[in-house]
Write a protein that binds this ligand. Structure first.
Ligand SMILES: [Zn+2]
Ligand SMILES: [Zn+2]
Length: 313
């Protein structure tokens, strides 16, 4: 989980200027049905109290949000035993009760860092703990070649295929594990590789992620279109629009969206662009889980009522 959005890892960008973003009407997402990826002060790399997101959700007319604080399984990762499940659950369920009357539904989720090395620990955690919604994400694990101090040496003399292979191998395993509702921020490896390998170079080789996309399609897990990538060099969602379209072509049916906010100013930030990619690819609904119910959430702009401002280009 070490180089998640705004935090302390050496290759993390500095926090994207908090409140400045919320003043910019063009990028502040609003009038959208769901933001399914948010980090509060129960994640080690965020200091946002849950009520701040809930209030923003009311203000921006986003009726449903999922709190997905980090859970890591390697003792060297920052969210390893950072909080207790019981404390997170109490905080999120308490806020859900307080904010329901304001018209915001808050789901209790988690973002679990996946790696084959600790898959059995993830399985055990999920067997013991009930979440409304679970994202499985591959981050730059401690021995990963994508670790900031190793990345330069890793790309040296290797082909693009070799460079990205360890990342996609974990994604394929995460999809096949059957543990998750959603695969989080596919292609975040772009961020780890910058500037050694650019997003443009990776975009020229769409075949590199084809096996991962096929594994996601075959497993039936949802593909998240995460707008946090728009805050980083390369400025693309994770994954980008063409990848979302390819996923659809391959038979992918389940998608979901999240801003992956770690700061107040990142709440729903440019989330409309994630929705736009879904509409362009032909998706009419998100696939999300609310506890025991897997549900479909309609993508706005496909109802015939009209496109909300947030989705107009
Ligand atoms: Zn993540
Ligand atoms: Zn996240």
């Amino acid at each position: 989980m070490t180089s998640e959005a705004e935090g302390s890892s050496p290759n993390r960008a500095t926090s994207p200027a908090g409140d400045d973003i919320t003043r910019d009407a063009d990028v502040a997402g609003h009038d959208l049905p769901l933001d399914a990826h948010l980090h509060t002060d129960q994640s080690p790399d965020s200091s946002v109290p849950i009520d701040v997101y809930a209030a923003l959700a009311v203000e921006r007319r986003i009726p449903e949000i999922a709190i997905t604080d980090h859970v890591d399984f390697d003792p060297r990762d920052p969210a390893y035993q950072y909080t207790r499940f019981e404390d997170r659950e109490r905080t999120v369920r308490g806020a859900a009760e307080r904010w329901a009357k304001e018209g915001v539904t808050i789901r209790f989720g988690a973002e679990l860092t996946y790696n084959r090395r600790w898959e059995s620990d993830v399985r055990e955690h999920l067997a013991k703990h009930r979440y409304d919604y679970v994202i499985g994400s591959v981050h730059d694990w401690p021995e990963s070649p994508y670790w900031p101090s190793r990345i330069g040496a890793w790309v040296e003399g290797r082909t693009l295929d070799e460079i990205v292979e360890p990342y996609y191998a974990e994604i394929i395993a995460a999809a096949r594990s059957g543990l998750f509702d959603t695969i989080g921020h596919l292609d975040v490896v772009k961020r780890y590789l910058h500037p050694h390998v650019t997003a443009a170079q990776l975009a020229e080789r769409p075949d590199l992620k084809e096996p991962a996309l096929r594994a996601i399609v075959e497993s039936g897990v949802s593909l998240e279109v995460n707008s946090s990538g728009l805050r980083y060099p390369g400025a693309e969602t994770y994954p980008s629009g063409p990848v979302v379209a390819r996923y659809r072509e391959l038979g992918g049916q389940r998608v979901v969206v999240g801003s992956d906010a770690h700061a107040r100013g990142s709440f729903a930030h440019r989330l409309g662009e994630s929705y736009r990619h879904l509409i362009d690819a032909g998706f009419g609904h998100l696939t999300f889980r609310r506890g025991s119910d897997r549900v479909q959430v309609e993508v706005p702009g496909r109802t015939g009522i009209g496109t909300p401002d947030a989705l107009r280009s």
